[in-house]
Design a protein around this ligand. Structure first.
Ligand SMILES: NC(=O)c1ccc[n+]([C@@H]2O[C@H](COP(=O)([O-])OP(=O)(O)OC[C@H]3O[C@@H](n4cnc5c(N)ncnc54)[C@H](OP(=O)(O)O)[C@@H]3O)[C@@H](O)[C@H]2O)c1
Length: 337
């Protein structure tokens, strides 16, 4: 490869991203800056959060500048190095971009990974990456599950949700998942060991409230929220008193031109529930601890994380959109090389 293909953000999407919001352009392979490295990206994480970074809106990270490649966590191999701590050929992960080669400057978030210790280096973007650790710290640190409690998970068949449910089972909870379609609901039970699965598609508010009530007759002690919108509005009618809601994501709103929010917040008040906003970045210093536990559960067969690996930078747009159509079956990853 003699060029650096880069998947650039050319226009801020209005609502659902369109292919013309992006462009694949080539430039020269960069040289490492003083003390930095150049990474040959092999796999990139495709995450719902990237949609938020495309907006010119205040958030926990600055917007992706127009004309820049779409920011992404990647795993790859050091291609060129001006840093004695990173040898050429070393596997690393870091916050880079959807491009063949990324420059990682000193002080940025880049760390070595042991590619021989895993089935595929992409595992560092799924079970052993931010997604797995989101499930781990979001559930264990924020919700603090107790055996016998009921855990309700939305976006349950996805990367974060499936791991949350399985960790809930490890901790002795009754786990109820909400996902789109019968096949995803089957997987919740057969592949991830959930106790009950609810298909939210085709259900109006009353039907969804009723379905959750049937699956969680004593109410949910914990809600792990990945979706928001109508799903969350049905969940809050099924809270146990003093329920803990981990607000992890609101994917149903990411492409919505107007944010709806939770229209029945009164239910949260009436049940003395707590809503706790969660960001995995706050646990960066404990990633090694969480990663070790996730790796152990994987090795013991107590945890499974499926990966949906799409191929080619030229397919970045259709691959990314799988998150919003629900086509992804597990952690969505783009194989770059
Ligand atoms: N706070 C943090 O630090 C943090 C870190 C990582 C991820 N997250 C959040 O966690 C959530 C899940 O992320 P993930 O990476 O694991 O993605 P994912 O669940 O693997 O994939 C996204 C899924 O969301 C569902 N979805 C999409 N549009 C929807 C809609 N309008 N209504 C209901 N469901 C919809 C689809 O599943 P169905 O087919 O079931 O609809 C889709 O497969 C996202 O909200 C993400 O932003 C937060």
């Amino acid at each position: 490869m003699s060029e650096n293909r880069r998947f650039l953000l050319m226009r801020r999407p209005e609502g659902t991203p369109e292919e013309i919001d992006f462009a694949l352009q080539s430039s020269e392979i960069p040289a490492p800056p003083p003390g930095g490295i150049v990474v040959r990206n092999r796999f990139a994480s495709l995450d719902p959060a990237q949609r938020g970074w495309m907006d010119d809106a205040e958030s926990y990270m600055p917007p992706i500048p127009l004309g820049d490649p779409v920011r992404a966590t990647t795993v790859g191999v050091v291609h060129a190095s001006d840093n004695p701590d990173f040898a050429v050929g070393q596997w690393v992960m870091g916050l880079n971009a959807l491009e063949d080669y990324s420059v990682a400057s000193p002080g940025g978030f880049t760390m070595p990974i042991d590619a021989d210790a895993v089935a595929s280096p992409s595992n560092y973007l799924s079970a052993l990456g931010a997604v797995g650790l989101t499930a781990y710290f979001g559930l264990l640190e924020v919700a603090q599950p107790q055996a016998g409690e009921t855990l309700l998970v939305s976006g349950a068949a996805g990367a974060v949700g499936s791991a949350v449910g399985q960790i809930g089972k490890i901790k002795g909870c009754r786990v109820v998942g909400i996902a789109g379609g019968p096949e995803k609901c089957r997987r919740l039970i057969d592949d991830y060991g959930f106790d009950a699965a609810i298909d939210y598609k085709g259900k109006d508010h009353e039907a969804l409230v009723e379905a959750i009530a049937e699956a969680a007759p004593d109410g949910a002690n914990m809600v792990f929220e990945n979706v928001g919108g109508p799903v969350m509005e049905a969940e809050v009618f099924n809270l146990a008193h003093h329920a803990r809601i981990v607000l992890c994501g609101l994917i149903s709103e990411y492409n919505a031109p107007e944010k709806v929010g939770l229209r029945n917040l009164w239910q949260v008040l009436a049940r003395r529930a707590t809503i706790h906003g969660f960001l995995i970045a706050d646990y960066a210093e404990r990633f090694a601890e969480g990663g070790a536990q996730m790796a152990q559960w994987l090795a013991e067969g107590k945890l499974r994380m499926d990966e949906d690996v799409q191929k080619g930078l030229e397919n970045a747009y259709p691959a990314f959109m799988r998150l919003f159509t629900g086509a992804n079956t597990g952690k969505l990853v783009l194989k770059i090389a």
